[in-house]
Design a protein around this ligand. Structure first.
Ligand SMILES: Cc1cc2nc3c(=O)[nH]c(=O)nc-3n(C[C@H](O)[C@H](O)[C@H](O)COP(=O)(O)OP(=O)(O)OC[C@H]3O[C@@H](n4cnc5c(N)ncnc54)[C@H](O)[C@@H]3O)c2cc1C
Length: 534
């Protein structure tokens, strides 16, 4: 027996007169209405895609999740990148809810020769989670979190946001290092490394991964861990997303973490060079403690430019003050903020509203550009002064320098233990510039370019792959150095048809690469061509 669906037309039938089986769900009915609407309202758009309506309808019916096509409200709401500086127009966006949805999307992209772009949290700073003409496969609803408190393990969907994960973990008093933004998801963050306040204590996020499940381009799922598919296990931890397959789940090692002591230390901008030199000597690679994690900022706080150190100590106020006594004594900093509480609270509160970004003019949205450089030596005070002086020329008050402080557990992890290779450094020094209007864009970009040129004097030649820039042909060397050939082996083994690709994919250096593009000379650590399937 079939019933007419509750359509929108006067005849009581949806456009196209679709009938529905009696046991079909409301979800299926809504899909049929949408499919019928596509035939009419989006006809031109679908024709441009050169994909027949029937094929798109079939995919929509197959998915437990849903599709959005250009013209849909869901598409309009979603095509926007987190950073609107990179506008893209995907052909279709698929919101997957289960792994089978991803498999259907892989088949569809293969059949219709569409570029396939995974997206978890959509926070790629270079906009790599969207591409014009692509099928964007959004896995943000594949976000189950399962905690095994006894074993101190969490198995999470790749679309799990750190806001959700931290809320779940807080209940158990357990922890894995995560970033500052609650909307960033495991899928992109972990595959690029993943730095946070507690990384000096417990390592980079990807150092704490025990196992991953990845769907390859042919729809098969492989499990990778220290005993099986070790090469893939090595590569997904730092090798960046959209390279090997679709990351479905990640299993983390967790750590007990009770209340922490949070602090903020500041220096007037004029004293920032001395402060930075002191911090480098005493609070980064040397004299490190696994109790302390912190980040540095050059930015505007409460109307004044400052150097800020914001961080947390595992312990009470007494232990905390003891940890940072040097910063306040010989280091010359002033304690301006302290408190006891959960990581969940302080991870957000510590950097909230820094910098003071002014609100948008009517109709404008904030756009951002940035670069990252690793600092591999202690800079002299005079060198830091040049850096701070340049910072002071910022074209608008929203421009910021962020310093992700390394040392501790990050640097003691084996250099080639995974594809995140930045282990012998003091900090990731990154610069953000923001703008609202077109008039502000030119000066903001010019300032960033000048800053980058200055930092090329001081950096170690590498940069953090979670803060990519589109215009960097030397990204292979900057992100992976001598690990690149190992990564390329893994890429070609697990994705032999180069199905997963984007502008900074793991790929051979092209013959026409510009001069200055550096080549890794170390051969691949891996050579076994066999993939183990479960
Ligand atoms: C506001 C903000 C704050 C940030 N804070 C921090 C921080 O504190 N520490 C830090 O280390 N980084 C930080 N980052 C950088 C962040 O880690 C990266 O941008 C990260 O890639 C974002 O993860 P995502 O899930 O949002 O990725 P997306 O933008 O969805 O994707 C990033 C890349 O990974 C691919 N990808 C995504 N999901 C999958 C998947 N399931 N399978 C295969 N490939 C996939 C995408 O195709 C894309 O190439 C921040 C970024 C922003 C915008």
């Amino acid at each position: 027996m079939r019933l007419e669906s509750r359509g929108a037309s006067r005849s009581g039938r949806p456009p196209g007169g679709v009938t529905m089986p009696i046991f079909e769900s409301r979800k299926a009915r809504a899909k049929e209405v949408k499919i019928a609407e596509w035939k009419q309202s989006s006809a031109n758009v679908l024709a441009t895609l050169k994909i027949p309506h029937d094929a798109i309808a079939k995919l929509e019916r197959e998915l437990e999740g849903t599709l959005a096509v250009p013209g849909d409200a869901a598409y309009k709401a979603d095509e926007k990148n987190w950073n609107p500086a990179f506008p893209e127009k995907p052909a279709l966006i698929a919101f997957c809810q289960v792994a089978l949805d991803v498999r259907h999307c892989l088949e569809f992209a293969n059949t219709w020769s569409l570029q396939f772009v995974c997206r978890s949290g959509g926070h790629s700073t270079a906009g790599f989670c969207l591409a014009t003409g692509a099928l964007v496969v959004d896995v943000s609803q594949i976000n189950d979190v399962h905690i095994d408190a006894g074993a101190r393990r969490a198995t999470v969907g790749a679309g799990t946001s750190f806001g959700k994960l931290n809320h779940v973990l807080d209940l158990y008093g357990l922890h894995v290092p995560g970033g500052g933004c609650p909307e960033v998801c495991v899928g992109g963050y972990m595959q690029g490394g993943g730095y946070g306040f507690t990384s000096r204590m417990f390592g980079i996020n990807c150092d704490n991964v025990l196992q991953v499940d990845v769907m390859l381009a042919d729809g098969t799922i492989v499990t990778a861990n220290a005993a099986q598919n070790q090469d893939l296990f090595w590569a997904v931890r730092g090798g960046t997303g959209n390279n090997f397959g679709v990351l479905l789940t990640v299993t983390y090692q967790l750590y007990p973490l009770g209340d922490i002591w949070a602090f903020g230390v500041s220096w007037p901008i004029d004293n920032a060079p001395e402060g930075l030199h002191y911090l480098q000597q005493h609070y980064m690679k040397s004299n490190w403690s696994r109790l302390l994690g912190y980040q540095g900022v050059l930015g505007v706080d409460k109307g004044a430019q400052k150097l800020l150190a914001r961080g947390m100590v595992r312990g009470d106020a007494q232990a905390g003050r003891a940890e940072i006594a040097g910063m306040l004594g010989d280091g010359g900093g002033t304690l301006e903020l302290e408190g006891i509480g959960s990581y969940l609270h302080w991870n957000i509160a510590l950097l909230d509203n820094i910098p003071d970004i002014p609100g948008p003019p009517k109709g404008e949205v904030l756009k951002e550009n940035k670069f990252s450089t690793y600092i591999g030596r202690v800079l002299e005070v005079s060198e830091w002064r040049r850096v701070v002086d340049y910072f002071n020329t910022a074209s608008n008050p929203a421009c910021t320098v962020g310093m992700e402080i390394y040392g501790g557990a990050i640097n003691t992890y084996p250099a080639m233990g995974n594809a995140f290779v930045h282990r012998d450094v003091y900090m990731d020094f990154f610069v953000d510039t923001f703008w609202y209007t077109q008039a502000q864009e030119g000066p903001a970009r010019a300032w960033l370019k000048g800053f980058r040129e200055l930092m090329e004097t001081y950096w170690n030649g590498h940069s953090y792959q979670n803060y990519p820039r589109r215009d960097d042909p030397n990204y292979r060397w900057q992100f992976w150095a001598e690990a690149f050939n190992s990564l390329l082996f893994v890429k070609q083994k697990y994705d032999p048809t180069n199905f997963f690709t984007f502008p900074q994919a793991v790929s051979p250096i092209p013959p026409d690469a510009p001069r200055g593009v550096q080549r890794a000379t170390a051969p691949s650590m891996f050579s076994d061509p066999v993939i183990v399937y479960r």
